[in-house]
Design a protein around this ligand. Structure first.
Ligand SMILES: Nc1ncnc2c1ncn2[C@@H]1O[C@H](COP(=O)(O)OP(=O)(O)O)[C@@H](O)[C@H]1O
Ligand SMILES: [Mg+2]
Length: 368
């Protein structure tokens, strides 16, 4: 990586954040608490992160001049989404350290490159195949079997750019519906549950993982996260080790999330990696109120060159519930729920499927 100069920020210094969504907003809020300033770069004038910073750059990621001016204003640059265009990262990296390093984007922007990378580390994934045409899709189905999940290699999120293929489906029709020439076919994993590990890694190589989180999706969108996941300690240890191994192999600096499937007992390897998100992650929002250090603070500390915190969970169980679309309109009802903490992202119109806020609830530890 080019940004090898060690970053060591001090209070009053400025972090540049690419992306202005709720993740950028919560990163900036965590930075503020540590006395660090943030400048947000986003093409969307309605970015919720703009509301919490003094300085913002509203420009396209292809606007080289805007990128250069932004870089000049900040001491280190990070991002809240993995689809930062490679060209933008290159322009910025020539001027300021970009953390996590931009090479990581190449691996995590492409589901095929990501799965190849995980496989090279000796970590299990669903069986997968590169698919470029309806002919290669048919071949992949013969090899992998059905049901299977066809996914675009790039730009998928919240289940978008995906189709499940079942026995008897019209393969040509499914292929056309995805409107891509670059896809992967994955075996459908009959998982017992889905978990994620939020790991932080410092420039010195210190790794700190939060408690393993269990995730429930509704309509392909994360609905509820619960920490700790209801899995045996040995499995939780394995999951954390997998995340640590991935972070080390990427020479990662910052917070990353690894989504995994847990298989039922007696069905081969116990955890399979589904996805890596090179950023703070929705399934880590419980740490805002449920741990001594949040995922956002860990990320800021890592990219500032500060020691990571040793996160301790508050309470026995912590849950996080997303407020999606119109659910945000009932925020008043949450204000008086005992133990509930509400986070409203300040986004405009609540469209279906849009993440508008979340609730955390901490169940206190029972007296022994
Ligand atoms: N191979 C698979 N087998 C079973 N379920 C899957 C598989 N791939 C994805 N899913 C389901 O779809 C969800 C979204 O898929 P994912 O690959 O994480 O894409 P994204 O989160 O980018 O939309 C997963 O959390 C899981 O519930
Ligand atoms: Mg996912």
């Amino acid at each position: 990586m080019t940004g090898t100069k060690r970053v060591k920020l001090k209070p009053g210094d400025t972090i540049g954040i690419l992306g202005g969504g709720q993740l950028g907003r919560m990163l900036a809020m965590a930075a503020a608490r540590l006395g660090l300033r943030c400048q947000v770069f986003s093409p969307d004038p309605d970015s919720p992160a703009f509301d919490v910073v003094l300085n913002a750059t509203c420009a396209e990621y292809a606007d080289v001049e805007a990128l250069e001016l932004f870089a000049n204003d900040v001491d280190v640059i990070t991002y809240e989404f993995e689809n930062v265009p490679a060209a933008a990262a290159l322009v910025l990296d020539a001027r300021r350290p970009v953390l996590p390093n931009r090479k990581i984007l190449e691996t995590t922007q492409d589901r095929l490159a990501e799965k190849d990378f995980v496989t090279r580390l000796g970590i299990g994934t669903a069986a997968y195949a590169d698919v470029t045409s309806v002919a290669s899709l048919r071949e992949a189905i013969v090899r992998i079997g059905l049901p299977a999940v066809l996914k675009t290699r790039r730009f998928g999120y919240d289940g978008k750019g995906q189709a499940i293929i079942r026995e008897g489906d019209d393969i040509a029709k499914v292929w056309t519906s995805l409107e891509t020439k670059a896809a992967i076919l994955e075996a459908f994993v009959p998982f017992e549950r889905e978990i994620s590990v939020i790991a932080a890694r410092s420039a010195e190589g210190q790794v700190e993982c939060f408690d393993v989180t269990e995730n429930e999706h509704r309509d392909h969108i994360l609905k509820v996260s619960r920490a700790p996941a209801a899995i045996p300690d040995a499995l939780a240890e394995e999951a954390r080790n997998v995340a640590g191994k991935i972070a080390d192999a990427l020479d990662y600096v910052g917070v990353l999330a690894v989504e995994m499937f847990v298989l039922a007992n007696g069905t081969g390897p116990k955890v399979l990696v589904n996805e890596i998100a090179p950023r703070v992650h929705n399934s880590g929002h419980w740490t805002l109120d449920g741990a001594s250090v949040s995922q956002f603070e860990q990320h800021i500390r890592a990219i500032a060159g500060w020691p990571l915190g040793k996160p301790v969970r508050h309470g026995e169980v912590v849950t996080m519930t997303n407020l999606i679309g119109e659910e945000i309109n009932r925020y008043q009802e949450w204000l008086t729920v005992p133990g509930a903490t509400i986070h409203i992202y300040g986004k405009g119109t609540p469209r279906p499927g849009r993440k508008m806020g979340h609730i955390t609830e901490v169940l206190p530890a029972r007296d022994k």
